[in-house]
Design a binder for this molecule. Structure first.
Ligand code: GLU
Length: 551
């Protein structure tokens, strides 16, 4: 058959050659070893934490090598597309600190020399390369209808053979040029298929950067390259794009491993260098004793919106994703508590082969460690931004007196052992509740059990008489110690432990009674600072109210 003629017949309007595109999208000229990677989501509008994770891994792979990372939108599967998909993905990435410096930057905007970076805008490029394959006899049109393909599938099922369009089942492989011309003239719809060179018991092996050496059966199926509407399949688009965008490492979810034989075959058929592959295992979750994939249906924490709604700062989410990425990250962090994440020597080879385990409790701990190291302005600014969107009443409360809010958030901060009370901004309303009348719920039932009500009331009466808002911290504490003995407590904890029956309690118990009277909690940040912020009148009122409630 005259393949050149067939190519002209199928693609009369393709006016560019592969050489043209090779010249247009030259080698990036990066230094030896620099990796070019991409994140290539379909714009479904839902950024899964797994997608964010893949994207991060892909970006880090490029960054640590001094390479290049770009964002490509794979919108060839129109059915899956939703309107705000692209903006949703870009917002999701930027909300979590992943800046895109090449590729799609917004709906209808992009930067970079290797675009367009949206597949639906690349039809002429795909058609050019499909034409090249047809001209070389490596691709052909297939006119089979959905019914014919269904019948083929049924036949294969009955025969118990591998399903797919191949070998004797690939009926259109053998059409003559005349047959094809006739069908095209009659307007019969067709797809373009690869003429797979694979053989039934052929094997391919490749070295996955994460999973190691993998051997799989060769692809024998004449996969579709262009659908009837001329839109490419993912397989073909990925191959053309990753080649022309000069991707060196394809980093993606491991659900694509089964497609690798097809992809390698396609790269080779096109005469392209096969990229290196790194397949990331999905993020897992412990459930009923077993491990399962984090699921967008069952787990709210699977959607990145969850982290925005809860108010996890992007620094915490990233920090946590690093712990999932490389198990040596936490040791590195302990050794370099103040280092920037970008200094971490990320290594693809240290990724989990079976899937890192997601743990929300751990995520909270990581986040507490991130937040406790920040100053009050940082915390306040982000709390306000979160509250403005997710808790307007709380926003109004803080905004009405930002100095007070800042002072509250500043307690026990910027010292060598900062408290770790806040994991996410949604924790802040409760954390600061006793500072605001509208949030405060007095409750003296949390008093330690071994201190009876009458004793507690006696402590508070005495304290109310002696405390002074003008005291410095030492004097403030000295006054609490001073009231111990007259009330039957000891200011000396050791003394109490040596002789517990001789006392009602020790200075810690006295402090607790005062703390509960003022905050209704047994554990708070520095009570001295709390009292300063609440002010003389409010502290006295709370002491008085508690005394009354206890009597
Ligand atoms: N568009 C594909 C997806 O969303 C990307 C796969 C790849 O990264 O090659 O899963």
């Amino acid at each position: 058959m005259d393949f050149e003629k067939l190519a002209e017949l199928l693609f009369p309007s393709v006016d560019k050659t592969p050489e043209y595109y090779e010249e247009l999208y030259r080698d990036r000229g990066l230094p030896e070893g620099a990796r070019v990677t991409r994140f290539a989501p379909s714009p479904t509008g839902y950024l899964h934490i797994g997608g964010l994770f893949s994207c991060l891994i892909s970006k880090l792979t490029a960054d640590v090598s001094g390479g290049r990372f770009y964002l490509r939108i794979e919108d060839t599967d129109k059915k899956r597309e939703i309107e705000d998909g692209v903006s949703g993905i870009i917002k999701g990435l930027s909300d979590f600190g992943i800046d895109v410096t090449e590729g799609v930057t917004g709906f209808d905007s992009e930067v970079g020399d290797y675009g367009p970076y949206t597949q639906s805008k690349r039809a002429p490029i795909y058609h050019c390369f499909a034409k090249m394959l047809v001209a070389q006899g490596l691709a052909y049109p297939c006119f089979c209808t959905a019914e014919e393909l269904e019948a083929m599938r049924a036949e294969q099922e009955a025969e118990g053979v591998t399903p797919g369009y191949y070998g004797k089942y690939a009926k259109c492989r053998e059409l003559s040029l005349e047959d094809i011309e006739e069908k095209i003239k009659a307007g019969v719809p067709y797809v373009i298929r690869l003429r797979s060179p694979g053989c039934e018991d052929g094997k391919i092996t490749f070295d996955d950067m994460i999973k190691g050496k993998i051997e799989m059966p060769e692809n024998i199926v004449d996969v579709v390259l262009l659908k009837t509407d001329g839109i490419p399949t993912y397989h073909f688009a990925h191959c053309v794009d990753d080649h022309l965008m000069r991707t060196t490492h394809v980093v993606r979810g491991d659900e694509w491993i089964s497609s690798v034989p097809t992809h390698i075959q396609l790269f080779k058929a096109c005469g392209f260098k096969v990229p290196k592959y790194a397949h990331i295992a999905p993020i897992m979750k412990l459930d009923e004793g077993g491990k399962r994939k984090l699921s967008k249906r069952k787990d709210p924490e699977a959607a990145v919106e969850f982290y925005s709604e809860q108010g996890f700062p992007k620094e915490s989410v990233l920090e946590y994703l690093y712990t999932l990425a490389n198990s040596n990250f936490e040791d590195w962090r302990r050794a370099n508590p103040d280092a920037a994440l970008s200094d971490f020597p990320f290594n693809l080879k240290k990724m989990s082969v079976s899937g890192a385990l997601f743990d929300l409790v751990k995520m909270n701990d990581v986040s507490k460690n991130v937040i406790c190291r920040k100053n009050a302005d940082w915390v306040l600014e982000r709390t306000l931004a979160w509250a403005k969107e997710y808790n307007p009443d709380f926003y109004a409360l803080l905004d009405a007196d930002r100095e007070k809010a800042r002072a509250i958030l500043n307690i026990d901060r910027e010292n060598p052992k900062p408290r770790k009370d806040i994991a996410k901004w949604a924790d802040v309303p409760d954390y600061v509740a006793y500072f605001y009348d509208s949030l405060y719920r007095p409750d003296c039932t949390v008093l330690p059990e071994h201190i009876d009500k009458a004793t507690a009331a006696a402590v508070l009466k005495k304290y109310k008489d002696v405390w002074n808002i003008a005291d410095d911290k030492d004097t403030w504490f000295a006054r609490i110690k001073d009231i111990c003995e007259p009330l039957g407590f000891t200011p000396n904890v050791k003394e109490y432990k040596a002789n517990p029956d001789a006392y009602k309690g020790h200075v810690g118990d006295v402090s607790t009674v005062i703390r509960v009277a003022i905050t209704s909690r047994t554990n708070t940040p520095d009570l001295y600072e709390i009292m300063k912020i609440l002010g003389e009148a409010e502290v006295n009122a709370r002491l008085e109210n508690t005394i009354n409630a206890l009597s």
